[in-house]
Design a protein around this ligand. Structure first.
Ligand SMILES: [Zn+2]
Length: 234
C-alpha cells in the first residue's frame, strides 16, 4: 500500500530539497546504463484503465515504470487491456495471470474503503503470492493539482511500488527508496529525476523470484514434452 505525506511540506522547502538533491541523483542515473534483462527476469503486466487516464499520460507512466524496473534488472511488457477486447487473442493474453511473471494492474478513480490519500494496494495471499494490484487515480490528481506533482511520474512510481509488493512478497515495505510506505516530498522530487528506485537487495529478491518461477516452468514444459509418446514412424 502507498500513501503520501507530501502535503505536510511547504512549497519552498520542497523546491529547496529538489534543487539540493539533483546533482547526486543525476550522477547515479547516468552512471548505470542497464543492459537488456535475461528471459528469466521479465514480467508482463495487464493494465486495465478503468479510471480513463489519458492515453499519453498512461504511456509516459508505463515508460517511466519500465525504467525503474530496468534499473533493477527487470524487463516489463505492458498489455493495455480493453473491455471488450479488440480480439479474442488479445482478450486471452490480457486475462492470463501467472504468479509472478504475469501480473495485473487495475487503475480506478478511488478506493471504496481505504483512506482518501491512499494511492495503491496489492493483494497477496499469506504465502506472499498474488497477481493483482489496484491504483487510485483521484488522489494522484489531487496531488498534481495541489503540489504540482507530475502525474505521469507519480502514476509510474505508484505502479512500480505496487508491482514491487507483488514481486517481493509480504512485509516488503522499506524505510527508504520506492518501497517506502509513505513518500515524502523529497522522495517524490527524486522520482521525477529517476532517483526513486528499488534498493539493491530488493532488486536481487525480485529477480530471484522471477528466475525460480522461470526455471520451474521450463522444467514443467520439458517434463510435459517428455511425457508425449514418441512416434515410431510406421
Ligand atoms: Zn506499499
Amino acid at each position: 500500500m502507498l500513501v503520501t505525506g507530501v502535503k505536510t511540506f511547504q512549497t519552498g522547502l520542497r523546491f529547496a530539497l529538489l534543487f539540493s538533491l539533483l546533482p547526486t541523483t543525476s550522477t547515479n542515473l547516468l552512471g548505470k546504463a542497464p543492459a537488456r534483462a535475461p528471459a528469466s527476469a521479465r514480467v508482463t503486466i495487464s493494465v486495465y484503465n478503468d479510471a480513463e487516464v489519458p492515453a499519453d499520460v498512461l504511456k509516459l507512466a508505463e515508460n517511466e515504470a519500465s525504467q525503474v524496473f530496468r534499473l533493477a534488472g527487470i524487463e516489463v511488457t505492458w498489455l493495455n487491456c480493453r473491455l471488450p477486447a479488440v480480439s479474442e487473442e488479445a482478450s486471452r493474453d490480457c486475462r492470463e495471470a501467472v504468479f509472478p511473471e504475469h501480473l495485473h494492474l487495475r487503475i480506478v478513480r478511488r478506493s471504496l474503503g481505504l483512506k482518501g490519500e491512499t494511492m495503491g494496494i496489492s493483494f497477496q495471499a499469506d504465502d506472499g503470492s498474488g497477481c493483482y494490484a489496484d491504483l487510485f487515480y483521484e488522489p494522484m490528481e489531487q496531488l498534481h493539482q495541489s503540489d504540482g506533482a507530475d502525474i505521469a511520474s507519480l502514476l509510474a512510481h505508484v505502479a512500480a511500488h505496487e508491482i514491487g509488493h507483488l514481486l517481493l512478497g509480504t512485509n516488503s515495505h522499506s524505510t527508504e527508496g520506492i518501497m517506502h510506505a509513505h513518500w515524502t516530498a523529497q522522495e517524490l522530487a527524486l522520482g521525477k529525476v529517476g532517483g526513486l528506485v528499488f534498493l539493491e537487495k530488493e532488486s536481487q529478491r525480485m529477480k530471484a523470484k522471477l528466475a525460480t518461477a522461470f526455471q520451474a516452468s521450463k522444467e514443467a514444459s520439458l517434463t510435459a514434452a517428455a511425457a508425449v509418446p514418441a512416434r515410431t514412424g510406421d
